[in-house]
Design a binder for this molecule. Structure first.
Ligand SMILES: [Zn+2]
Length: 449
C-alpha cells in the first residue's frame, strides 16, 4: 500500500489562498472566530439524546456527510462538517504520529471534492471511512501539537444541514502528550475483543475442532488487507487495493471451500480490522495457514509482478523493510492505538518454536510462486522476501503475505481488474494450498507398485 488513500493530499509548497469569502453560512463559520465559543474553555454541549452515537447503526438511511471544510486562521485551524442529520461525535488525539481521531456513528460520505489542507495549518492530511460496524471515523494527521475544542453542533439554517465545528488550537508538546491517548472505554473494548479471541481458542475441544475443520481437516484463514477508512494503495486506473484484495479473497475462499477446506476470512466486507486483531483471529481459528492479500505500488512505475513475503527476524533488505513499514502503517492510518506493549510494529522477537512455523511459511511461499508463475508476472528480482510484517507474527500459524502486483504499473493494474487474471490467480494459490497439505503420495511412501 502506498502511504495514504486517494483523498490524502500532498504537502504543497504553493501558497493556497484561503477560499474566497462567501456569503453563505458555512463560509461565515469558517471565517468568524468571534461569534463562536472560544473553545476549549466553553462547556461541552449537551449530548443530543435523539441523535445516534458512536457504535450505533441508525435505523433507516444513514446520516450523510455532505461537505467538509478546513480553514486556517492565525490562532486555530477549523474543521466544519455538514451533515444531513444530527449525530453525536467525539474527538480525541493520539501521539506518535500525532493525530486527531473523530468518531461518529456510521455515516455515508458524500464529499464531492474533499478540501485539501494548505499545509500551513495544523492539518497535514486526513482520511475518513468506516472503522467498524456502526462507527465511522475521520483521522486528521497533524503538522504540530494541538488542543481539540469541544465539538459544537449547529442546527440547519440558510439551506445548510447540521454543521459540526471542531477547532484545533496550537499547544506545546508536553500538553499534547499529556492529553493524548485512547478514551478508556475504547481501550477496554479492544482488549476485551482480544481476551475473547484467546478464550475461544482455549475452549475449542479437539473433537469439535475436527468437525469444524471440514473434509480435509485444514483451516485456511484469508486476510484481505486494509478496508474501511484504510484504502491501501490506489491504482493508476483508480482500482483501490482494499477492493481488489477483498474481491480476490472472496474468490479464493470459494475455490478453497469447493476443494473441501474450512475457510475463514478476517474481513468479508469493506470494514477496517486492526492488524493485531487479524493475528488474534487466525490464532483463535487455529489456522493451518494464513494468506494475507495485498497489492503494492512503487514510485518507479515500470516495476511489475507478484511477490510473496514471509516473516523475518528483523534482518530484511532495505526494500523489504520499506514494504513492512508501509503495510504495518495500516493501524496508524486508521487511528488504532499503538501505545503499550502490544505494539505490532515493535521489533519482532522470534523464538525457536516459531522457526518451524517460519519454515512452513517459506515452503508455502516457494510452492505458491512456482504455481503462480504460470498465471501472472512475478517480480523480476527475489520474489520471495522476508520482512517484519505485523500481520504475520502469530508464532503458531504459518503465514504469507502476497503482494499480488503493482497498482502503480499500468499493465499490472489493468490485468488485476480482469476476471481471467483473478480466477487464474485464485486457482494457482489454491493449487499451492493443495501441495502444502497433500498427504504423502504412494510414490513418496515407497510403494513397490
Ligand atoms: Zn497493502
Amino acid at each position: 500500500m502506498r502511504v495514504l488513500s486517494i483523498f490524502v493530499t500532498v504537502f504543497t509548497l504553493v501558497l493556497v489562498a484561503p477560499a474566497a469569502m462567501g456569503d453563505d453560512a458555512i463560509s461565515r463559520l469558517m471565517h468568524s472566530t468571534e461569534s463562536l465559543p472560544q473553545a476549549p474553555a466553553a462547556p461541552r454541549p449537551a449530548e443530543n439524546v435523539s441523535a445516534p452515537s458512536v457504535g450505533a447503526r441508525p435505523r433507516g438511511p444513514l446520516p450523510i456527510v455532505m461537505s467538509a471544510r478546513i480553514g486556517d486562521h492565525d490562532d486555530r485551524t477549523r474543521l466544519v462538517l455538514e451533515l444531513s442529520d444530527p449525530v453525536n461525535l467525539r474527538a480525541f488525539s493520539l501521539a506518535n504520529p500525532d493525530r486527531v481521531v473523530i468518531d461518529m456513528p456510521e455515516v455515508a460520505w458524500k464529499l464531492g471534492a474533499p478540501p485539501r489542507p494548505t499545509g500551513y495549518g495544523a492539518i497535514k492530511s486526513y482520511r475518513y471511512g468506516l472503522f467498524r460496524n456502526g462507527n465511522s471515523r475521520m483521522v486528521l494527521d497533524l503538522n504540530r501539537p494541538v488542543t481539540v475544542s469541544d465539538t459544537l453542533v449547529l442546527p440547519p439554517s440558510n439551506g445548510f444541514g447540521y454543521r459540526v465545528v471542531i477547532d484545533l488550537f496550537p499547544t506545546n508538546r508536553a500538553k499534547f502528550d499529556a492529553g493524548a491517548g485512547w478514551p478508556a472505554d475504547l481501550k477496554k473494548r479492544e482488549s476485551d475483543a482480544e481476551k475473547l479471541a484467546a478464550m475461544i481458542a482455549a475452549s475449542q475441544s479437539p473433537a469439535g475442532d475436527a468437525a469444524r475443520r471440514g473434509a480435509r481437516g485444514k483451516v485456511i484463514v484469508i486476510d484481505p488487507g486494509h478496508g474501511g477508512l484504510d484504502s491501501g494503495t490506489a491504482g493508476v486506473n483508480g482500482l483501490l487495493e482494499k477492493d481488489l484484495v477483498l474481491a480476490e479473497g472472496l474468490r479464493l475462499a470459494r475455490v478453497l471451500k469447493a476443494r473441501g477446506y474450512s475457510v475463514h476470512m478476517t474481513r468479508d466486507d469493506d470494514t477496517f480490522i486492526p492488524l493485531r486483531q487479524r493475528v488474534a483471529m487466525s490464532r483463535a481459528d487455529r489456522a493451518d495457514l494464513l494468506i494475507s492479500l495485498h497489492a503494492d505500488s512503487n514510485p518507479d512505475h515500470e516495476v511489475t509482478g507478484l511477490s510473496i513475503y514471509t516473516l523475518s527476524d528483523g534482518r530484511s533488505d532495505r526494500e523489504a523493510a520499506a514494504l513492512a513499514k508501509r503495510e504495518n502503517q495500516s493501524d496508524i492510518i486508521a487511528g488504532v492505538d499503538l501505545s503499550g506493549d502490544n505494539n505490532p510494529v515493535a521489533p519482532i522477537l522470534i523464538d525457536l518454536a516459531q522457526r518451524d512455523t517460519i519454515n512452513k511459511s517459506s515452503r508455502f511461499a516457494t510452492t505458491a510462486l512456482s504455481s503462480l508463475k504460470n498465471v501472472t508476472d512475478i517480480l523480476a528480482r527475489s520474489p520471495h522476501r522476508s520482512a517484519s510484517l505485523a500481520v504475520l507474527v502469530a508464532p503458531d500459524v504459518p503465514a504469507v503475505l502476497i503482494e499480488l502486483g503493482y497498482l502503480s504499473n499500468r499493465k499490472d493494474a489493468a490485468q488485476m481488474n480482469t476476471e481471467s487474471w483473478r480466477s487464474g490467480v485464485a486457482r494457482a494459490i489454491a493449487d499451492a494450498v493443495d501441495s502444502q497439505f497433500a498427504p504423502p503420495t504412494r510414490q513418496a511412501l515407497g510403494n513397490p507398485e
